[in-house]
Design a protein around this ligand. Structure first.
Ligand code: MG
Length: 455
C-alpha cells in the first residue's frame, strides 16, 4: 500500500490508496493523547471525502475524552483562530489545501492556534508509532458541540484591522473564484461587509472542484474573463481551504500569487505601520524592495508556514507570509489567511484611490522561473555544495534550506523535494532570459559527471 505523506503540514494521502482509515486513525489518537483529552476544534474544506475524515477524527477524539468543537466547513485559518478564541488544546483542519480532489489530509494545530512546531510534530509521530494512546472510560468519552459562529468571529477580527468605511466608500466591484471550496462561505460576507459588489465563480460547496484547484495564473483564465466582462476593479481567487490568495488585475491579467504578500505588506507600511517582515527563501525579491523603501528589516526562513510563523513570533514581525499567496498578519491570526489579504489589498486601493493594476505597478516587476531536475541516486547535499561553489565567486550563498545564491538583482534557489527524487529550482531576475540562464546553470551542474565521495 502507498504510504501517507507526513510532514509539519500534516498527514495527507490519496483516498483509498495512501489514505486509509486504519492508518490515519493512529494520528488522530496520537493527537488526542497529546491534547490529554482536552477540547479540540475541528473544521475543514469541501472535498467529497470530508465526511469519512470527519467521522474518523470524531471517533478517535471521543475515545480519548476530547470535547469536540465542530465548526464545520471553514477556511484553515478559521480553525487556528478558533483554537485560540475557545481556549482549546488543539485543532484539526480536514483539508488537502490546493491538492486535487482525490487527496485529503489532517492538519494539526497546537494550543497557540498555529500548526504544530517541528518538535510537537515529532512528539505526535512518536506517540503514533508507540500505540500508547489515551483511553477515556465510558462515562468520560468526548462529546461533539456544533457551532456555526466561526466564520463570523473570523470576520470580526478582519474587519477590526482595516478601515471598513474607507473601503466601503469606494463601492468596489469585485470578481471572485471560490473553486467550490470554503471561500464560498467566507468571501460573500467579507465583501458584503466591505461594501463591495461581487460576482462569483464556483460557489457550490456540494460539488467537486471544477478545475485544478491551485490558484496559479494558468487556472485563472475564467476569473480574468469575469473581471473584464463585469468591469471589476480586481479579481480574487482562493484555494479550496482559503488560506492562499491570488489576484487578477482590472485588465484581467493575473497579478501572480508571488505578489499577494508583497501587496499586503505594502498596504500595512503605506498606512504607517512599522515592524520587521518575514518571508521564506523562495519568495519574490520585490519584498526586499518594499522593505528597503520603507526602511524595515526583512527576514527569510526555510520553506514552510511553520518556519515563517516561528520567526515572526520570535521577532514580533509586523507581517509575513509566503510567495504562494499566503498573507500572515498576526493581529488577525498567526497563519496564512486569504480573507485578511483581500481586506488589506482593498484598503490599499481605497487609500491610494487606485484600481488593482495601478496598485500592482507600485512594486517592481521580476520574472520567476520554477522547475525541477531529477536527481535519482545523487547525493543532494553534495550537489548543493557544488552549486554553492559554482556561484560563490559573485553571489552571497545561503544554506538554511538547500542552497540559494543571491545576486544584487536576481537569485536562484535549489532544494530537495520531500516527496520525489528531484530538486526544485526557483530563479528570479529582472527578465525571463536572465532567470532561465540561472536555472540552466544549475541544470548543467546537476547533470554534470562528478566524482562520488570516496571514489
Ligand atoms: Mg491552502
Amino acid at each position: 500500500m502507498a504510504r501517507p505523506m507526513i510532514s509539519v503540514a500534516g498527514i495527507r494521502g490519496i483516498v483509498g490508496e495512501s489514505l486509509v482509515p486504519e492508518e490515519f486513525l493512529r494520528y488522530i489518537l496520537a493527537f488526542a493523547t497529546l491534547c490529554e483529552g482536552g477540547p479540540v476544534v475541528v473544521g475543514g474544506d469541501t472535498r467529497l471525502s470530508r465526511h469519512m475524515m470527519r467521522h474518523l477524527a470524531f471517533a478517535g477524539l471521543e475515545s480519548a475524552g476530547c470535547e469536540i468543537h465542530d465548526i464545520g466547513l471553514v477556511p484553515t485559518p478559521t480553525v487556528g483562530l478558533m483554537v485560540r478564541e475557545l481556549g482549546a488544546r488543539g485543532g484539526i483542519a480536514i483539508t488537502a489545501s490546493h491538492n486535487p480532489a482525490q487527496w485529503n489530509a489532517y492538519k494539526f494545530f497546537g494550543p497557540d492556534g498555529s500548526f504544530l512546531s517541528a518538535a510537537q510534530n515529532r512528539a505526535l509521530l512518536d506517540v503514533a508509532a508507540s500505540g500508547a494512546f489515551r483511553r477515556a472510560p465510558y462515562r468520560e468519552l468526548g462529546r461533539v458541540k456544533s457551532r456555526n459562529d466561526a466564520i463570523a468571529r473570523h470576520l470580526e477580527k478582519v474587519f477590526a484591522v482595516v478601515d471598513t468605511a474607507a473601503i466601503a466608500g469606494r463601492k468596489f466591484r469585485v470578481a471572485v473564484d471560490c473553486v467550490n471550496g470554503v471561500g464560498a462561505l467566507i468571501m460573500p460576507p467579507l465583501l458584503e461587509g466591505l461594501g463591495c459588489t461581487a460576482e462569483y465563480l464556483y460557489t457550490d460547496t456540494e460539488t467537486e472542484f471544477p478545475r485544478n484547484p491551485e490558484p496559479l495564473p494558468e487556472n485563472l483564465t475564467e476569473l480574468g474573463d469575469l473581471v473584464r466582462s463585469s468591469g471589476a476593479d480586481i479579481g480574487f481567487a482562493v484555494d479550496p481551504d482559503a488560506d492562499r490568495l491570488a489576484m487578477v488585475d482590472n485588465t484581467g491579467r493575473p497579478i501572480g500569487e508571488e505578489r499577494t504578500v508583497v501587496l499586503a505588506a505594502l498596504a500595512l507600511l503605506d498606512r504607517g505601520e512599522r515592524g520587521p517582515l518575514v518571508v521564506n527563501l523562495s519568495t519574490t525579491r520585490a519584498m526586499d524592495d518594499v522593505a528597503e523603501r520603507y526602511g524595515v528589516e526583512l527576514h527569510r526562513t526555510p520553506i514552510g508556514e511553520a518556519h515563517v510563523v516561528g520567526k515572526m513570533r520570535d521577532i514580533r514581525a509586523l507581517c509575513g507570509g509566503e510567495g504562494n499567496g499566503g498573507v500572515i498578519y498576526p493581529r488577525v491570526h498567526s497563519g496564512r489567511d486569504a480573507a485578511t489579504g483581500v481586506a488589506l489589498v482593498l484598503e490599499a486601493m481605497a487609500r491610494g484611490q487606485v484600481r488593482s493594476a495601478e496598485l500592482n505597478a507600485r512594486i517592481p516587476d521580476y520574472v520567476m522561473v520554477k522547475t525541477k531536475f531529477g536527481v535519482e541516486g545523487q547525493d543532494v547535499a553534495a550537489l548543493c555544495r557544488r552549486v554553492a561553489d559554482a556561484f560563490a565567486a559573485d553571489a552571497r550563498i545561503v544554506t538554511d534550506d538547500g542552497v540559494k545564491a543571491v545576486f544584487p538583482d536576481r537569485w536562484v534557489h535549489l532544494r530537495a523535494s520531500g516527496t520525489e527524487p528531484v530538486v526544485r529550482v526557483f530563479a528570479e531576475a529582472p527578465s525571463l532570459e536572465a532567470a532561465n540562464s540561472l536555472v540552466q546553470r544549475v541544470g548543467e551542474i546537476t547533470a554534470a559527471p562528478h566524482e562520488s565521495p570516496g571514489s
